[in-house]
Design a protein around this ligand. Structure first.
Ligand SMILES: [Zn+2]
Length: 289
């Protein structure tokens, strides 16, 4: 990815590489399995896994999400810890991770997935506290006042792969996150809005084009930003064709353009967008000419 694409607009989700430390990390794959490995640079390694260049195991189980990391002074201690970790049962691994416990003498060093979550109970206003729950593989936020469990959910977003003559419509983002990167037109759903209506509205707002949806491409979970406050989003993508309107980029976009499947731009916004475009290319290849 080109350096002109400002991917991060805050603190990274991961501890910074310092040149000496090796990390043992664990990922949750798309099929729910856990994968472990060692690296000096968690950000780079995660990008490799999510573009299919990390490992054969993870390439077929994307997207992957980091769920744990421990920092070691050198490669040898990290690899010994990795071997030890792989021998744990799935339940043992998940318990260790849910409790964010030290492992093989190293402290858990991945910021909490609860970073960016609500800090106060929406019902009574008391502080929320994250604790492991009996019989639940994940920690949950629980209200210290009324005891209510505060479940978190991904925010729903919707967008459309609008194609014309085999090319897809992309918009260049004028705003953070990922300012200057190409993105699929779309956005957050209103509370009472159907995803189909939201996709049509977002494309109209961002590009000036009226579209007709022709199918569903799929669902993708991603973080909105990769900083500690990054909210999870459930992204719903439709297939569509333009039926009217005039191309006119909105305030949120500096440029709009149509791209052929073998000529997609390098500077792509959001991790999951790479997967969406790869799926769109695959869908296109299956279409009758
Ligand atoms: Zn409460």
């Amino acid at each position: 990815m080109s350096s002109s694409c400002s991917r991060l607009d805050g603190v990274s989700l991961f501890p910074e590489p310092d040149g000496d430390s090796w990390f043992l990390y664990a990922l949750r794959c798309a099929d729910g399995t856990i994968y472990a490995g060692v690296t000096t640079d968690l950000d780079r390694r995660m990008a490799e896994h999510n573009t299919g260049r990390g490992a054969r195991y993870t390439a077929g189980r994307r997207p992957v999400h980091p769920i744990a990391a421990w920092r070691f002074p050198d490669r040898g201690t990290a690899q010994r810890a990795e071997a030890h970790f792989r021998r744990l049962s799935r339940e043992g691994k998940l318990t260790l991770i849910a409790r964010r416990e030290p492992f093989a003498g190293a402290d858990f060093c991945l910021p909490s997935a609860d970073a960016g979550a609500d800090r106060f109970c929406p019902r009574c206003g008391e502080a929320l506290k994250t604790s492991p729950m009996p019989g639940d593989e994940r920690s949950r936020q629980v209200c210290t006042g009324c005891g209510r469990v505060h479940y978190r959910n991904a925010k729903p977003c919707t967008g459309a792969l609008v194609t014309r003559n085999g090319r897809v419509l992309l918009v260049k983002r004028a705003i953070q996150p990922y300012q200057g990167c190409w993105d699929i037109p779309g956005g957050f759903l209103e509370a009472d809005e159907h995803p189909e209506a939201g996709a049509v509205r977002e494309v109209q707002e961002e590009t000036g084009l009226d579209i007709q949806l022709t199918g569903l491409l799929g669902f993708y979970v991603d973080r909105y930003t990769h900083d500690a406050a990054g909210e999870y989003c459930l992204n719903i993508y439709f297939l569509a064709q333009a039926v009217g309107g005039q191309e006119c980029p909105a305030e949120e976009a500096t440029e709009i353009a149509w791209f052929a499947p073998d000529d997609l731009p390098d500077e792509i916004a959001f991790e999951h967008t790479h997967l969406v475009l790869a799926d769109w290319v695959q869908w296109l290849e299956g279409e009758p000419a």
